[in-house]
Design a protein around this ligand. Structure first.
Ligand code: NCD
Ligand code: ZN
Length: 345
């Protein structure tokens, strides 16, 4: 049995760092193990232009622990007012790596997102021309669509038409949660990738609802049936270069989760790599972990993998904190529900 595994330092291709005291608290958790992360722009107010991005990036860099070697890769929040020329300039200068599309109302802080997709056509065309990736939150928001169907319906109604209308647009379907998402990505070889979270490889919808309602397993897109989780594990462990890690680690203070209307988001930055090693080991695919966590995402974004490495060592269970303390309140760490044997160094 493999006891140690050395892989290129991983990157997180979908991460929420928040701002202020919360960011101060959660940033070290990611910077400890990851080299880079695609930083989501859904602050309040959102990060919508180059000035916002510059200021946010500076706040992240200032909050990094001393000696941390971590690079935030910044995103812009697409609104119906976004100016194509601004986006192109921000990409050209290297300031912005990708643009984030939230259907308005789909998730936490998405109210400024897109309602009418024809209003962003000009931006998408410019992005296709310059090769700038679009990160997509793939859920419809129509009230008549069941929450468990919103990803599959989004593929048919929005994503596929949008990709056909904008040939060459590079799209990341983020945090896919269904066999439908896996199949769509697997069928479309060019210009399409997908991130998969740690928690969607581990939980299904029973974890949220059986034996009591468990707010710390509630996130969006919501976890689906077991057959979907199995499809996600197959995709993640396949080595297929179109699938890569995006933890979607999304901290909310416990008080905001443990409430009559709890926020969506699972915080997994602290123990993600140990969780993933267990998942890949159980699938007998530890040799694919590096591709999923460290190589495929960089290749999609046209970046070199990180030069340095991390080592995972199997041993007695690792004890991660149940919660981390932040200046914005305690944040519960994702509980995979099984012991974690892989130590990260
Ligand atoms: C994210 C958040 O809290 O910002 N929540 C979540 O459940 N994943 C937003 C998102 O990525 O949908
Ligand atoms: Zn997210």
């Amino acid at each position: 049995m493999t006891r140690t595994l050395t892989i290129r330092r991983p990157d997180d291709w979908h991460l929420h760092l928040r701002d202020g005291a919360m960011m101060q608290g959660v940033l070290p958790e990611t910077a400890r193990h990851f080299g880079r992360a695609i930083v989501m722009p859904n602050l309040v107010p959102p990060v919508v232009n180059a000035a916002d991005v510059t200021a946010y990036r500076d706040r992240i860099l200032a909050a990094l622990p001393q000696g941390a070697d971590f690079t935030p890769l910044m995103t812009l929040y697409l609104t119906e007012q976004t100016d194509p020329a601004d986006i192109a300039a921000a990409h050209e200068s290297g300031l912005v790596t990708a643009v984030k599309l939230y259907p308005a109302g789909a998730t936490t802080n998405s109210a400024s997102g897109v309602r009418a997709f024809d209003k962003v056509r000009g931006v998408l065309e410019v992005m296709a021309e310059i090769g700038m990736p679009l990160c997509v939150h793939g859920e419809v928001t129509d009230t008549e669509v069941d929450i468990f169907d919103r990803e599959a319906v989004f593929i048919d109604r929005v994503l596929d038409p949008l990709r056909r209308a904008t040939p060459g647009l590079r799209v990341v379907m983020e945090h896919i949660t269904t066999a439908d998402g896996v199949a769509y990505v697997a069928d479309h070889h060019k210009d399409l990738g997908a991130t998969i979270t740690t928690h969607h490889l581990i939980i299904n919808r029973n974890h949220i609802l059986v034996g009591g309602i468990r707010p710390h397993y509630y996130c969006l897109p919501v976890a689906k049936r077991e057959k979907h989780r199995i499809a996600l594990v197959e995709a993640a462990t396949s080595g297929d270069r179109r699938f890569f890690l995006g933890t979607d680690s999304a901290p909310h203070a416990d008080a905001a989760k443990e409430s009559a209307c709890g926020c969506a988001g699972i915080f997994s930055a602290t123990n993600t790599l140990s969780c993933l090693a267990e998942v890949f080991e159980a699938a007998d695919k530890l040799d694919s972990l590096e591709r999923f966590a460290s190589l495929n995402g960089a290749a999609f974004y046209g970046l070199e993998p990180n030069a340095d490495t991390i080592t995972l060592t199997r041993g007695d269970p690792v004890h991660y904190p149940e919660k981390i303390d932040t200046g914005a309140g305690p944040v519960t760490v994702f509980d995979p529900g099984f012991p974690l044997h892989w130590h990260v160094s």
